[in-house]
Design a protein around this ligand. Sequence first.
Ligand code: ATP
Length: 223
Amino acid sequence: MGINTHRCVLVFGGSFDPVHSGHVALVQYFVARLQPQELRLIPTGQPWQKNALVASAEDRIEMLKLALTSEVEVPIVIDQQEIQRAARQQSNYSIDTLNQLRTELGEQASIVFLIGSDQLQNLYTWKDWRQLFTLAHICVATRPGFSIDENSINSEVAKEWSERSATLQEIKLKPAGKTFIAHDLAWDVSATDIRLELKQKQQTTSLIPAKVLDYIQQHHLYR
Ligand code: ATP
């Protein structure tokens, strides 16, 4: 068995501004069921021309480590390719990120791209979205407020999605091209809500790992 033969890498990108319990739950769900060899976290870079992100890349990376290191029993790699591209004022598309990962990990590795259902609603707007399936599988976690019924998902995406629908066992064994939805996740939490609460009252009732909240308070983030 070659080193890549059964390698499965979970890929999870986001602004993580800050990372919250919805992110942790999504990752735990798929780590438990796919038993991957690696969890690859890919924080987005600051889009040039606009200050879309509040916390620095360094702080977002620290918070990711605090949130996930002791929560999953899988080697975590924090991949800074999107942060580096943004620093060079280059655009960031998931298709480019996954292309780079495929080149790095080889043809055989199962690459599993994780997103929430809000992103499934947007998928039809992504650059070369159909090409994503030649590079990776896509697994979705449902999220309150972001329905996956036929009225909420672009019909082209829905068609492609159902034709590619598979079990997690198939996803683990094949390199790319399959889809799966975890219907039983419903974490009603968003980074936007957390930032708003922290700004208004320096506190949050949202679901956020205690270590991350401590870090935010110690470093006076989101004030
Ligand atoms: P913001 O409120 O700033 O837009 P967010 O809470 O959506 O942030 P991101 O860092 O943008 O968090 O999300 C990264 C990934 O995690 C995306 O694929 C998103 O769909 C997913 N995700 C975020 N929150 C949840 C949640 N509560 N349940 C399921 N998936 C989620």
